[in-house]
Design a protein around this ligand. Sequence first.
Ligand code: PLP
Length: 811
Amino acid sequence: MYTIGFVSEIITLEEHKILNFEQQISELVYDSRKVSLPEESLFFALTATRDGHDFIPDAYSKGIRSFVVNHITPFLAEKEDVNILIVKDSLLAMQELAKYHRTQFPNPIIGITGSNGKSIVKAWLTQMLSPDKKVYQSPKSYNSQLGVALSLWNLQASYDLAIIEAGISEPGEMDNLEEMVQPNIGILTNIGIAHAQHFENKKAKLEEKLKLFKRTELVIASSKYISKEELPAQASWTSWGVEETDSIQILQQEVQGNQSLLKLNINKEVVDFIIPFTDEASIENVLSCISLLIYLDYSISIIQDRILALKPLEMRLQLKKGIANSSIIDDSYSNDLASLKISLNFLQQQNQHQKRTLILSDMDGLKENNKLQHKLVDLLNTQALDRLVWVGEKYAFLEDIHIKEKNLYPDTSSFIKDLSNLVFENESILVKGARIYQFEQIVERLGLRSHGTVLDINLNALTNNLMVYRSLIPPHVKLMTMVKAFSYGSGSFEVANLLQFSKVDYLTVAFADEGVDLRMAGISLPIMVLSPDADTFESLIKYNLEPEVYSMRFLKEFLLFLQDRNIQDYKIHLKLDTGMHRLGFFPEEIPEVVDVLKKQNLVRVQSFFTHLVASGDPNQDDFTKYQINTYSEAAQILREGLGYSFIRHVANTSGIVRWPEAHFDMVRLGIGLYGVDMDRKLENLEQVSTLRTTVTQLKDLKAGETVGYDRKGVLLRDSKIATVKIGYADGYNRRFGMGVGKMEIHGQQTATVGSICMDMCMLDVTGLEVREGDEVIVFPNVMQAAKDVGTIPYELLVNISGRVKRVYYYE
Ligand SMILES: *Cc1c(COP(=O)(O)O)cnc(C)c1O
């Protein structure tokens, strides 16, 4: 641990004001919402998408007193009790600190980069090395400029080895990462297409990645991806691949059931490995692992055993529905302080239940490490937790954790045996355990089962997309996000919790009921209701939902209602019809609206808006301009008539991208948030939802036989047919039948055969590598799928039936 005085010597300062040079610093904080040990925290005001300087008061209110800033803020200038370090660039300052800390680490560091597989190789290496080494791995996907600095900060000399992931999205980033990590050994997992758009070509991207290996003694990589000339001169190379010159040569590779057999030539010795996976990506990742263990002098027989024990690993935290209306956060694959913090943070974001339970296992190294024990106690004491279930040794320090209800168990099976005596209902439950505790057994008992078809919602992608659109609008423009229709099929409070945490300004639903559901789930953001009805006025008021007001009839009805209840200044959103001809006042009605509004104080116009009918269609740009102009004029008249200002908003997703002049005071983000880029203009949107199902049965059929109802699917050749568990009741449209629907199994394309049934359909998998139980991606390309059945992605997404389980994950 460093003192602030010491930190001030390590980083390049412009100026400083230090009250207490001896103040200990153990935590680096950049997000004022994520504070666990305020006294020992150093807050870095970063200026990425949002200006961290704006969050200094919040950090201060949570007890943080030490700050690294680019400039002094009025708030800080007034405070007497703070340490302030002023630097040119606060991110660079954090990196300087991380770099210094890294140079204090005496043992080898393995740096991993590549387009895919970084996290999995990191996790597998940890699994394989842990029986005899103390391994540090950078948490989750902390692989960016910021993430790597934070990962390095957590390094401690007691580790035998550290594995750090480095990811880049733009040219020029790797030099900086290399400076910090200074890896001794480098692993290049693979080179794919991820992030390719910023790079001129594959070669430029590869060159950038290889910069991580500037001073490594060894590089592990396939000869598929690089050649000797491309490597830095000082590095030796363990290459794997099919070439005779490869250090590890693949002689034979074949699938046997649900395993693969790999025959390798290692130092002129032929060795067989059984690998518990069949997909190409996993095999590549295993080859990286084998290469490193051989370099570290592990015997072949130990490597064979440990490879066989590898588990397909979910490197991610999942939120799913649990028994008795509970929510389960499943993070049962690793346990250390850094990842526990991330998961607890996610637990605190859940507003849907009052009660929060943590089921936690013992941690590696906890027994011997007093400091770690203190940190754990401090961390848990800052959390709003109602119950702790502890599985592991009964340490004395557990007494110091102030949580109302504590249940201690020596091991997982005794906890499971006692489950019938415990009540879990209406609560959020974080299940966080080290792998050896096999907490997946607990999740299995507390979670609701899914029936083979699941909609995966990637919350990281959602956050990413939010940032992408935020970066397109000026900072003063507010962001309204559309969560109507179950958030375009992605879920209600689960998505809203994240949006609330991400500090969007407004949520919008279609009907009052949807708003009520969000309020019941603890969402406190302002909510606009697009299509309110007179019979829901009561719930609007009760749940503080703000209606769209679209006609004189509706306005008068609402005013009468408010008068009856003696309510004043209720917020409403006036809708103008500039061409959609759905709901809204015509521009010529605005003077009359002003007249009515001026005579009362029951409602107040919170916002005034219109909807663009074809913001994404270049052929209609003249009409869009006409709409924007009409709106502007009407807004002017309304503003002058009312004598006060209101939020003006026009742009939906395509409007945000294509019509900067329509951003006004707020934008309404819809489909883009969910990762569908209707305009095909944005490079860094990520797909949010993936509909997955499974193969239930395989059949070999002869040419001339038929598949499905009415004998519609006539086979023209001998065929292999797979039945999968999705049908039109799940929202898989019947128009996808007869080969129109395309699905994907391990990256292989297949098409439907015959008609779509209610709960199932059949795929033609002739000639493909498919087994029963295999996973199937239903919409490999949702834009194309929509086109194939003559609709738009919106419809496919919102039609995914409620009976399809949603699983939210977060890395
Ligand atoms: C649905 C909706 C939006 C969002 O549209 P996207 O095209 O999904 O961005 C914006 N405004 C209104 C009034 C809507 O109904």
